[in-house]
Every structure is written in C-alpha cells, then in structure tokens.
Design a protein around this ligand. Structure first.
Ligand code: NAD
Length: 319
C-alpha cells in the first residue's frame, strides 16, 4: 500500500500525458485533480456538459476515445458499468475498441466498478496486445474524489501497479494492491455490499427513532458515539438536514446514484452465487435497493431513507 507523496510526484517534469474517459460525478473531480497536479489531459465523455467543465479546467476535449488517447501514455476510465467498459475498450466486435488503437506499453487504468470477470476479459485482451491493464475501482464517494482522498483497490501485475501508483496518489490517499486481475473488483464489491447493508440499516434505525419521537440529529449523534457508529453516520447521514454538504441535504442529488448501488449489489450477489457463498444480508439489501431504484434510480443511494417516509425525498437545500 502506498501513501501520497506530492513533493516528489508533482514536481516531476516527465509526467505522462493522460487520456481520461468518463467525466461523471466521480470522473470529473478525479480528472480535475490530475490537471491541478500538472498532468496534461485529453478527455472524452458522451455528455457535452461533462466535457465543458473539464475544458474550463484546462483539459483538451477529444471527439472520441481514440482521439483522447492519440498522444497519451496512460488511459484512465471512470464509466458506469461493465457494458460501457467493454464497449469503450473492446468495441462491438470484441476487437474494434480502443485497445486495438493503443501502442504497446500503454498503461490502462479502469476505475469503474464492474464484474471481476469483465475486468479479467479486458485485461486478457490488453495483455495479448502488450498493453498493461489494471482494474482500480475506488471507494470514498464524490467527497473523496473532490478532496483527492479516494481509496484505490487495484488488481493487476506488479510492474503496472508500480507505474500507476504515482498517478493514483494524486487522486487518492490509500492505494491497495489487492492481487491479480479482477482482485480489485472483488474487494470493491465486498466493500459496497457492506455499504449497502449499512446505509439501509442506518436509515431503518433513524426512522425507528424518529417515529418514536427522537430528533434525527440527536439520535445520529448518540449512535455516532455508540456501538452503531459507521461510515454513513460519520460522513453521509441519510436523513435530510442532519449534516451539511451531503446529498440528503440537497434533495439526494449528486453523490452515488441508487442505480449504481443496485448494480454493485447485483455484482456481489452474482459473485456469491457463482462461488457458492451465502450472503443473506447482502440479498436483503439488494432486494431493498432493487425496489427503491424503480422510482429513485438517479437519486443518491442515501435516498433509501425515503422508503420509510416519502416526504423526505422532496427536501431541497440545507439551510
Ligand atoms: P456517473 O454516471 O456520474 O458518470 C459516468 C460518466 O460516464 C457519465 O458522464 C457518462 O456520460 C459517461 N459515459 C458513459 N458511457 C460512456 C462512453 N461509452 N464513453 C464515454 N463516456 C461515457 O457515474 P459515477 O458516479 O461517476 O460512477 C462511475 C463509476 O464509479 C461507477 O462504476 C460507480 O459504480 C463507481 N463509483 C461511484 C462512486 C460515487 O460515489 N459516485 C463511488 C465509488 C465508485
């Protein structure tokens, strides 16, 4: 595991040129941190609004992934799901994607959360072309992406990991080498299955207290100093207006969309099924997020709070 040492990395004059693909809630602030650290960036996203933000920050906006990577030694992607990663790197036919256009020795870092099997498929195709591929999903949310304090959980070989580490250290604080290709994704879905369980459970506990006359902030403060303490209470309280600068105090906008949490829970359930591992709590969280996502897929995953009281979903800004 490495830690950030900006003193040496940010003064390096031979920084590689980076192509960054996927500039959503996570990708945009990650790319901005690379620009701030002095990396030259070419960016691509299907959304014009997303690329405009990066253009203003100093990136070159490309017309397509190939154009973005045209003079890059490193490609980073932050895409929604496995099918997007497959389509960008492998293309429709499996061999007409971006990988086929990259010179040997290019380092490709995919930070999207996708199935370990999909990451291994792309890694295998990259390997045949002499390209280094790493699965490097992240934890830490949009707050961590903005602050440059993400946790990267990396799968792939040692040499590629060593090349990637100084770049990841610009965007993250903790960088774990979990193992071979796909290992980063396995660790990530274990973490997110637990996060889904914790968020659904925290919302349920706060609702029980509120329905029994407690103030949600008082109850949250009590649980924060008691044995129910967890990450959602510390930095991501799901009840509106308990905490500033979190999605629950902003109409559940931004953050980590419920449909992405549902995707991750499904990935965990698939892995559990394939490997004959029992995950009853994960199965319950998957069931809750699956029904919640029907109407609230684009809202942050803390909006699971609204299962208990739909009026909470209409809160707007923290005042
Ligand atoms: P997002 O939907 O906000 O962003 C994804 C971006 O990818 C969008 O801007 C979209 O236009 C773009 N895109 C889609 N297909 C594309 C293509 N073919 N070519 C170029 N651009 C394309 O999602 P996000 O919240 O930034 O999450 C990205 C990944 O990170 C997901 O896999 C998610 O599970 C994971 N993740 C998210 C968070 C979080 O808190 N949001 C935290 C950890 C991990």
């Amino acid at each position: 595991m490495g830690t950030k040492d900006t003193s040496t990395m940010n003064n390096n004059t031979t920084k590689p040129h980076i192509a960054f693909i996927g500039l959503g809630n996570m990708g945009a602030p990650m790319a901005e941190n690379l620009l701030k650290a002095g990396y030259a960036l070419s960016v691509f996203d299907l959304s014009k609004a997303a690329t405009q933000r990066l253009q203003q920050a100093g990136a070159r906006v490309a017309d397509n992934p190939k154009d973005a990577a045209s003079n890059a030694q490193v490609v980073i992607s932050m895409l929604p799901a496995g099918q997007h990663v497959h389509s960008v790197y492998l293309g429709d036919s499996g061999s007409n994607g971006l990988l086929a256009e990259l010179p040997k020795g290019t380092l490709v870092i995919d930070s999207s959360t996708i199935a370990a099997a999909d990451a291994r498929t792309v890694a295998e195709a990259a390997d045949k072309l002499g390209i280094d591929f790493l699965d490097a999903p992240v934890s830490g949310g949009t707050g961590g992406a903005i602050a440059g304090s993400l946790t990267f959980i990396v799968g792939g070989d040692d040499n590629a990991f060593a090349k990637a580490e100084p770049i990841l250290a610009v965007m993250g604080k903790n960088i774990f080498h979990a193992g071979e290709h796909g290992a980063g994704q396995v660790a990530k879905i274990c973490n997110n299955m637990l996060l889904g369980i914790l968020m659904a459970g925290t919302a349920e506990a706060i609702n029980l207290g509120v329905k029994n006359g407690l103030d949600p902030k008082v109850l949250s403060d009590i649980m924060l100093q008691s044995s129910g303490r967890n990450w959602t209470l510390e930095v991501y309280n799901p009840y509106p207006q308990v905490m500033e600068n979190v999605p629950s105090s902003n109409g559940y906008q931004g953050g980590f969309m419920s449909k992405l949490m549902q995707k991750d829970l499904n990935l965990a359930m698939q892995t559990a099924q394939d490997t004959h591992v029992e995950t009853p709590m994960g199965a319950k969280a998957t069931e809750l997020y699956t029904s919640h996502t029907v109407e609230n897929g684009d809202k942050d995953f803390s909006s699971i709070m609204g299962r208990h009281d739909v009026s909470l979903l209409s809160y707007t800004r923290y005042s």
